[in-house]
Design a protein around this ligand. Structure first.
Ligand code: ZN
Length: 241
């Protein structure tokens, strides 16, 4: 990949989405000295069967902070209500501003047709905000970017509706990815409650192994480039080697 030191912004809808889908890739970027910013759109405030919203949101913020610290990533917490991220003028402006704050060369976003509306809509919002980050007459708290960042979409839950174009070998960082996801202790209990005994770590390992199997690696994460103009994708911005 490029020798230049990159700024990488990954945007996930919920605390734990980034660890689950791109934790290995982010760890690989960080290992190579690139700067990683993890932006979490919603605060996870419905993610408990027993705790009230404000308490579980506070716990999830701490868990996300712990996970990000494992790779030295900066955490941006957007604090929208879990399950109620809507794509509108306010959220578009917010995403433009968040991307300006992170000043990324590369942005990793949810695929726009995933199982959860917070995933799909935040993916759309990031996709659409990308060029606007460099438009000076759109005024937000942070100054406009000088260069429009490149965008890659990451995998859906269970890989449904998503055919990767490129795979990042995460065999060397898979243990870090596991540890980052395991920092989301409250989510393990919640996922087991609502999805009848599913283990979030097991789900993640299955998917990482499956993408690895497709690619010829032990573990992998899959990505697609943005398919709109200008389509030329610089896959060298991903840590492929
Ligand atoms: Zn999610």
């Amino acid at each position: 990949m490029t020798a230049k030191k990159l700024r990488v912004l990954a945007v996930g809808a919920h605390p734990d989405d980034l660890e689950f889908q791109v934790g290995g890739t982010l760890a690989k970027y960080a290992e190579r000295g690139h700067t990683v910013v993890m932006a979490v759109v919603t605060n996870g405030n419905v993610g408990s069967s027993t705790l009230p919203s404000d308490e579980i949101a506070a716990i999830r913020f701490q868990e996300a902070t712990t996970a990000a610290a494992m790779i030295g990533a900066e955490l941006l917490w957007l604090d929208y209500d879990d399950e109620f991220f809507f794509y509108n003028e306010e959220s578009r402006r917010r995403l433009i501003d968040v991307m300006r704050q992170a000043e990324p060369d590369v942005v990793l976003a949810h695929w726009t047709d995933d199982y959860h509306p917070d995933h799909s809509l935040s993916g759309q919002a990031v996709r659409d905000a990308r060029i606007m980050t460099a438009v000076p007459n759109i005024v937000t708290a942070h100054p406009p970017l000088k260069t429009i960042p490149k965008l890659f979409f990451y995998d859906t839950l269970a890989g449904i509706n998503f055919q990767p174009e490129v795979y990042v070998d995460i065999s060397g960082t898979f243990a870090t990815k596991q540890a980052m996801l395991a920092a989301h202790v409250s989510q393990s209990a919640w996922i087991e409650d609502i999805f009848e005994g599913s283990s979030i770590g097991g789900m993640m390992e299955t998917q990482s192994r499956f993408r690895g199997f497709q690619a010829g690696y032990r573990y992998a994460e899959g990505f697609r480039a943005l398919q709109t103009w200008p389509r030329a994708a610089d896959f060298g911005l991903l840590p492929l080697d």
